[in-house]
Write a protein that binds this ligand. Structure first.
Ligand SMILES: [Zn+2]
Length: 261
């Protein structure tokens, strides 16, 4: 059975981060590293498919032809169109960009996002405000999910079918609300692989981080089972820690660890 690894990127750092102060340094990959990773995917002739292709294979219960990658970006940083999209275009790689609509602060940025759609990239929703969806009441939840979908569709003319969950937080209510708002897929931050038997409402991904070295990246995109095992076990351990100590304490401790590096 062939698998799909969905990569998550956030901000790409070109050394001038003044305009992207809200970016989490832990998840910010530098431009040189990002380009090396895209070049590696291209050199190794790894198959990069569209998120829509994975969804079709799941809905049709039709196995994939070979192991494949899907590239995604969360949060809607300016680096999406300033750095990532040009590099992806150069290596002829597709990606889906999940936009937090409140982060889009000008018509100029919406024009840039529309241009990305015209260049063949896809947009999805990462909600309006990036609040953890599990903490919201039903009205707020609907507004975050349906509101962001409508805004992106109206501004760019592209239909929005995919949702990426802020902080990867979800429960049954979140999944149900996403379905009711018309999303065909929901992307979590649970680590793992997907295939044609996966649940489109709980797709697994893997975050490329600031300290992800190229050899480690190479093992992941080549579906090295030991590397995958390590990543999945770390992620399960972190999820358990979050459940025990709570989201707020976890976020505070994580930022202390990043600062002390
Ligand atoms: Zn996010």
């Amino acid at each position: 059975m062939h698998n799909v690894l969905i990569l998550i990127y956030h901000c790409i750092d070109n050394g001038n981060r003044s305009s992207e102060d809200f970016a989490d340094p832990f998840y910010t990959v530098n431009e040189k590293g990002f380009r090396e990773q895209m070049e590696l995917i291209s050199k190794l002739k790894l198959r990069v498919i569209k998120l829509d292709d994975l969804i079709c294979s799941i809905l049709d219960r039709k196995p994939l032809q070979q192991d494949s990658l899907v590239i995604t970006f969360d949060d809607g940083y300016k680096s999406d169109f300033e750095i990532a999209a040009p590099a992806l275009k150069e290596f002829n790689l597709h990606a889906t960009f999940f936009i937090t609509t409140n982060n889009v602060q000008s018509e100029t940025v919406w024009n840039k996002l529309t241009e990305m759609v015209k260049n063949g990239f896809s947009l999805g929703s990462h909600t309006l405000s990036h609040h953890y969806l599990t903490k919201l009441n039903p009205v707020e939840l609907r507004e975050e999910l349906c509101g962001s979908k409508t805004i992106i569709e109206q501004k760019t003319g592209q239909s929005v079918n995919h949702l990426s969950l802020p902080g990867g937080r979800y429960n049954k209510k979140v999944i149900k609300a996403a379905e009711e708002c018309g999303y065909t897929s929901v992307l979590t931050t649970d680590v793992g692989l997907n295939n044609h038997l996966s649940d489109t409402r709980k797709l697994k991904r893997w975050s490329v981080k600031r300290d992800t070295a190229l050899p480690e990246f190479k093992r992941m995109v080549q579906f090295d089972s030991f590397e995958l095992f390590k990543k999945v076990s770390t992620s399960v351990a972190l999820r358990n820690i979050k459940n025990v100590i709570g989201d707020e304490t976890y976020t505070r401790l994580k930022s202390r660890i990043v600062r002390s590096k």
